[in-house]
Design a protein around this ligand. Structure first.
Ligand code: RB5
Length: 146
């Protein structure tokens, strides 16, 4: 079964989200788009909470969150135990966030990266698996605090 993906953005990421959703659909990768759908100003935490809760509830495997910088989305999503959100502006970090950190949320800055770079980051992030090496399992296990 293919992975269940979810994507959401605030007004700072809505344009990039639209382009990414179209690209993912072209690749026949299904993605649930939780909004926002207009350029009207809205609050990024509302979307990060929805995506984090959906992943923790088992509705989705991984998520992509986009705001102006990707920062607010990452801060909010990382408040949840079991969410490992990474804000990436380069494919190298995206690759290792999967291989080493088993990141389950990717955040992007719609005002930081253009579509071409974002698309490369998303493709690398989606196609890279967690290495499963014992040392990385141990380190990821040490992330959560009581
Ligand atoms: C909205 O102006 C902006 O603050 C938001 O998109 C995001 O960059 C926050 O981290």
């Amino acid at each position: 079964m293919s992975e269940r993906l979810v994507i959401a953005a605030d007004h700072g990421g809505v344009e990039l989200k639209k382009e990414l959703v179209e690209g993912l659909k072209d690749l026949k990768l299904g993605v649930d788009d939780l909004g926002t759908y207009t350029p009207e100003a809205c609050d990024y935490p509302d979307f990060a909470h929805q995506v984090a809760k959906g992943i923790l509830a088992g509705k989705y495997d991984r998520g992509i969150l986009i705001c102006g910088t990707g920062v607010g989305m990452a801060i909010t999503a990382n408040r949840y135990r079991g969410i490992r959100a990474v804000n990436c502006s380069d494919p190298f970090s995206a690759r290792y966030s999967r291989q080493h950190n088993n990141a389950n949320v990717l955040t992007l800055g719609g005002r930081v990266v253009g579509f071409g770079l974002a698309w490369e980051i998303v493709n690398v992030w989606l196609s890279t698996a967690f290495s499963g090496d014992a040392r990385h399992i141990r380190r990821v296990g040490k992330i959560e605090i009581a």
